[in-house]
Write a protein that binds this ligand. Sequence first.
Ligand code: APR
Length: 226
Amino acid sequence: MRIVILTGAGISAESGLATFRASDGLWENHRIEDIATPDALSRNPALVHEFYNMRRQKAAEARPNPAHLALAELARAQDLTLITQNVDDLHERGGSPSVIHMHGALNSALCAACEYRWPAPDVMQPEDLCPGCGATATRPDIVWFGEIPYHMPQIWQALEEAELFAAIGTSGNVYPAAGFAQHAARNGAECIELNLENSANSRDFSRHIIGPASRTVPEWVGTLIS
Ligand code: APR
């Protein structure tokens, strides 16, 4: 069975990484326009790098939880396309062989001048030089608001071929990811949502499993590979 799964910040919450829209979420303590737009980097690169250096350190200290491990097990048993909005590498460290990071990754650095990419150092600073062209135009390899998510042609293709689509730990607030269930359903896929609570697009799913991902995802994966 062709399965496509989208994960969001909720799958990493029990690994200790903050989500965005919870009461103590990242967007409660930071203004998006100050740290997650290209203009923010031009205006105050030190603040932007400080925010992502902090997130990079917390991600490095975090450990994959049973939800990450279960999706890696699923990939070994089924035809799975795993798409994540997350920028941590917990899916990879949990054993998933292939992960599509549609919003980029904390462990990758990007040159805004020449688009060269390289493994991000633990701490990025505004004065860093691009190893490719030497410009001081380095930035976290993260897709910011107003920018186009990565790998979209591959993602739309997978959604059109999916027989089962699942969204795990995402609030369904940010497009295009929030439209993936509708796109998959239009092509005949069953859509299931695994989340701590109803999301903004729960109506797009025919099944809902409510609860913490570290419990619900292993249980659900167990029904797919037994
Ligand atoms: N288990 C399952 N779901 C959980 C858990 C958990 N332990 N903890 C939280 N959740 C759910 C919340 O109920 C919420 O619906 O995870 C969701 C997290 O939502 P957001 O914080 O909005 O994160 P996400 O949906 O990934 O945000 C999408 O928005 O700001 C942008 O680029 C950013 O990729 C991000 C995108």
